[in-house]
Design a protein around this ligand. Structure first.
Ligand code: SF4
Ligand code: SF4
Length: 280
């Protein structure tokens, strides 16, 4: 493919931008015109990161339009779904089915019912994308660098593009920190050789072992009574007492979403599974 449009998507910290830099470098080294466009506003808070890469003899716009991407490389399942409408009919959807559930999307961790989209391959759209599930995180870990799932997926992508493996390896040597070059080269090779996972049956995630219950512990000495946790709790489990300190007034309603723990500015709350370790 001497011209094409690729979308690389994921969440903050997954290496979307490095992956798109590597692809752009390979294209530039091949003498092609390349344009890139990125959105990574909330990346440091685990927000969405998306990079458009377009290459060819002459590229006019850096943006891939809906229905025009030749390939969508997704480092996370929900992001694959979010952007799948950008694939052209027959385009390749290369995705690590790893699921990163945002706290706000997990309606109930007791039963793992959540608003997170289920593993339902047909929901990637009626456009007939060639869905290819690659266990990129696991392969990266086996290669010696857990964060190289992005490079594993590039390896899988490289089998669908015309650039020789040596061009990708050269780009990895140039852009990846020296200490992890060899591991990234192994990750790239693993992605090229990876057998796609079988497509899972559709359906919601259900935790093995039935319903779970959660315990919320508050370190009163650290609580300054700012009220953030009380207001954010979707189950109305928390109250300020007459001293202005947080009390867990309805623990049975807690779904383990951990919003209170994540948003407490003083790290005064810990949420753990009942019977598990809650350190106070
Ligand atoms: S968010 Fe933290 S500091 Fe604020 S009231 Fe809740 S426990 Fe206390
Ligand atoms: S107490 Fe905390 S973990 Fe439990 S439901 Fe409320 S915000 Fe979520």
């Amino acid at each position: 493919m001497s011209e094409g449009s690729v979308l690389i998507v994921g969440v903050g910290g997954q290496g979307v931008l490095l992956a798109s830099d590597l692809l752009a470098t390979v294209c530039l080294d091949a003498g092609l015109d390349v344009k890139k466009s990125e959105v990574h506003g909330m990346a440091q808070r685990g927000g969405v990161v998306i990079s458009h890469v377009r290459f060819g003899a002459w590229v006019h716009s850096p943006l891939v339009e809906e229905g025009q991407a030749d390939a969508l490389v997704a480092l996370e399942w929900a992001e694959a779904l979010r952007w799948s409408a950008f694939l052209r009919p027959g385009g390749a959807l290369i995705v690590d089915p790893v699921q990163i559930v945002p706290p706000a999307a997990c309606a109930d961790r007791r039963t793992w019912t959540s608003r997170y989209p289920p593993m339902d391959p047909p929901s990637t759209g009626g456009r007939g994308p060639q869905l290819c599930l690659i266990p990129a995180q696991a392969l990266a870990k086996a290669a010696g660098v857990a964060r190289a799932a992005n490079v594993v997926l590039l390896g899988a992508l490289s089998t669908r593009l015309d650039f020789p493996p040596a061009a990708w390896e050269e780009a990895i040597r140039r852009l990846v920190p020296a200490a992890v070059v060899e591991a990234n080269l192994r990750a790239f090779a693993a992605g090229r050789d990876a057998d796609p996972l079988p497509l899972p049956p559709p359906g919601p995630r259900v935790a093995p072992g039935g319903e779970r219950r959660f315990a919320v512990a508050v370190v009163s000495a650290w609580c300054k009574g700012c009220d953030i946790c009380v207001r954010i709790c979707p189950q109305d489990c928390l109250r300020l007492d007459s001293l202005g300190l947080v009390r867990v007034t309805a623990p049975e309603r807690c779904t383990g979403c951990r919003l209170c723990e994540l948003l407490c500015p003083d790290f005064a709350i810990t949420v753990g599974e009942e019977g598990g370790a809650v350190v106070v």
